[in-house]
Structures are given as C-alpha cells and as structure tokens.
Design a protein around this ligand. Structure first.
Ligand SMILES: Cc1ncc(COP(=O)(O)O)c(C=O)c1O
Length: 384
C-alpha cells in the first residue's frame, strides 16, 4: 500500500540543495539588480555576505573570507594553483570530488612529491599516516560517499605544511576547528540553500603568508590570481571581487544567512542536520533492505546521507541490474512527486543519497522513508 503522507517539500538534492523553509522569490525583492557590483551600495551588500558568514561560522578575527569565481571548484582550483608546489603534498581522497583534486595535482600541476591517501566509498584513509611537514589537501565531507573526517584531532597544531580543506558540504552543518584549517572553500548552494555560481575562500594568516612568500613556477590566470606584486589583493576580501558577481545570488546568500541567524546560528543549523541523520538512522536500524554506505558512525555524514541496498535478493544481481533497479525506485518516487534528485552520484556505488543539510525539514525525510520502503517492495515484487 502507498503511504498516506507526502513530504511537504520533496527536495533532497545534494546541490543545488533545497531552499530554506518558507523561501520564495520575494526574498530577492531588494536585490541590487541592474547596479554595478563596483558601486558603493553593491560593494557593501557583497561585504555584508562576507561579514555575516564570518560571524555565523565563528571564524577567528585574523582569518580572511572572500567571494571568488566559479563556485567551490573555482575556489579550490585557485588555491591549488596559487599555493601548492613549495613543499610536498599529501592528497587525501575517498570519493569522486577528492579524487578530482588528486587528478589536478598529479596530472595537471604534475607535482613530483605527492603522497596519495585513498579509501573506497564509505570509508576514509588512515589519517595517522599523513605527513604534516607537507601541505595536506582533503575534503571534510565526501559528498558522494557520505563519509567525512571525524574531527580535527588528527591535524597537529604545530604542522609545517598548510591544511587545504574543501569544506563545501560540511560548512554550516558540522563543527569545523578553524585553528586546524589554513584554507577552506565552499559554495552557497549547499547547507544554506543559496544560488550557485560563487565560491567562498577562507584563509588563515599562514595561508596569506604562503601566498605572499611563494610564487609558483607556472602561470596563474587572472581568475585564479590572489596576489599582485607579491602582496595579497586585499580587495577580494573587502567586497571588491575579482570579476562580476550576480547581485541576485548575493541577495539570496544574504537571505540564507539572515534565516540562519534567526534560527539560532551555527548550533541550530548543525542541530537540524543532525536531526535529519537521526531520522534516517532510526529507519535503517529497522530496515531489512537498506544500510549506510558509511558503516562507521564517527565518519557518517549528516548532510550527504548515502544509503546502499543490503538485501541479498538485490545484491545477488549484476551491478548493471542493481544500478537499474535503484534508478527505477528513484523514478517511481519522482513520478509520485515524493522526492527529487536523491539517487546516488553517478560515480558512487548503487544506492541513494538523501541531503540532510539545514534547509531540509526532518519531517520531510520522515515522510520520504516509508515511500522508499514502498518503492523497494514494488521493485522486488515486479522483478522477482
Ligand atoms: C565535496 C565537493 N567538492 C566540490 C564540489 C563541486 O562544487 P561546485 O559545483 O560548487 O564547484 C562539490 C559539489 O557537490 C562537492 O560536494
């Protein structure tokens, strides 16, 4: 039988993620559209995003935060191209985004002294083996596997290298120990449900020191350039972005930040994501067919919550049949208007990825899960 309740907001995509509860286009009524992003009023609106973000995240006073081009990817690329190469690099990867950064460092930048620390989907590498005399590039939360680092305890305070962290699906949903992170990047369309296109770059004083004391051997395109004449381009962190930003996106980012403040700030955002994970954990506990890709709870994501199918009727099928089966289930629920975009990432193992970031209501996830049971039962009945 079909469950009777439907999610009020059936949006479970891992990016762009669901808008905040109550969002409508009218939230953008005051956007400075048609104005130059270099005008005084626009610059102060851009700066407001930076200031509110710093406050909400609890960034240390001496950390810088700026808006950069091309989303999280743009922020990560500009950092890797601008900072790496001075010392060896430790590359950590356990899913496709982290692997993408490994490819860049090994195949594009071709850095000779690179140590790779890799693990398969649902696991993370042995963090004790990381050499902090080198720079360390890692993803806090592996969005496509639902596995994250447990905390920052593995990062020593007296490290010589820089820690460069792709934090895009962790920030605003997990506690980040800023003193252990020299560089962080993220985008607006994840936990805060903002619009895509712009990246955020957070720099510690040690990261700035690197930028001002080291010039890479390769050319740096304008879009990646953080220094001029050996000095940080401070304007990037003061509302004077490298190139044109969308004032519509800026307005939307501000809307999200104000919503988060009213909600109770970072602890409230984290609590919402944690609650979303708990709803799924309670369901998995009772399920005879679904399990977590990340079996170990200490590394299990509360944002990109990845599930696999463990029932032997399903797992005894070929990989192609399993993938097709899971896709059919997603299509069934899309057709019913119950849930959108919650299929596993294209390079990840077969299963589902339900976004649990702060903009998603726990009641909506609770309403989705009986429908997943329904879809699995229907698939099994039709195909066995
Ligand atoms: C961990 C991680 N890194 C990078 C990206 C790419 O982000 P963007 O599309 O904002 O460039 C994503 C997108 O989902 C991600 O989850």
């Amino acid at each position: 039988m079909k469950p009777s309740q439907k999610p009020a907001r059936p949006f479970f995509s891992s990016g762009p993620c669901s808008k905040r509860p109550g969002w409508s286009l009218s939230a953008l009524d005051e956007a400075l559209v048609g104005r130059s992003h270099r005008s005084k009023v626009a610059k102060s609106r851009i700066q407001e995003v930076v200031d509110r973000s710093k406050r909400l995240l609890g960034l240390p006073e001496d950390y810088l935060c700026g808006i950069v081009p091309a989303s999280d990817t743009g922020a990560m690329e500009m950092v890797m191209w601008s900072m790496l190469g001075q010392r060896g690099v430790e590359m950590l990867a356990w899913e496709s985004f982290g692997s993408g950064w490994v490819t860049d460092v090994v195949k594009q930048l071709k850095l000779p002294e690179t140590n790779r620390h890799e693990a398969s989907y649902g696991e993370i590498p042995d963090l004790k083996r990381v050499d902090f005399d080198n720079d360390v590039v890692f993803t806090w939360n592996g969005t496509t596997s639902g596995a994250k680092v447990p905390d920052g305890d593995w990062i020593p305070a007296d490290r010589k290298g820089l820690t460069i962290c792709d934090a895009t699906s962790a920030v605003f949903a997990m506690e980040l120990p800023w003193d252990k992170i020299d560089v962080a990047t993220y985008s607006w369309q994840k936990v805060m449900g903002g619009e895509a296109a712009h990246g955020m770059l957070v720099l510690s004083p040690r990261a700035v020191e690197r930028l001002e004391s080291y010039t890479p051997a390769w050319p740096i395109p304008k879009i990646f350039r953080l220094t001029k004449g050996g000095k940080l381009i401070s304007g990037i962190f003061e509302g004077a972005t490298i190139n044109t930003v969308s004032m519509l996106c800026v307005e939307d980012a501000l809307d999200g930040l104000k919503w988060a403040e009213e909600l109770g700030g970072l602890p409230a955002l984290i609590a919402r994501s944690d609650a979303n994970l708990v709803v799924i954990e309670d369901w998995v506990e009772k399920s005879d067919w679904a399990g977590f890709l990340a079996a170990d709870r200490s590394i299990r994501s509360n944002t990109s919550i990845c599930l696999k199918i463990v029932d032997t009727w399903f797992t005894s099928q070929s990989e192609a049949d399993q993938a097709a089966g899971a896709k059919k289930m997603v299509a069934m629920l899309e057709k019913e208007g119950i849930g959108f975009d919650f299929g596993a990432y294209r390079d990840a193992p077969t299963g589902f990825r339900i976004w649990g970031g702060a903009t998603v209501d726990a009641e909506d996830i609770a309403a989705l899960l009986p429908w997943l049971d329904w879809a699995y039962a229907k698939l099994k009945k039709e195909e066995s």
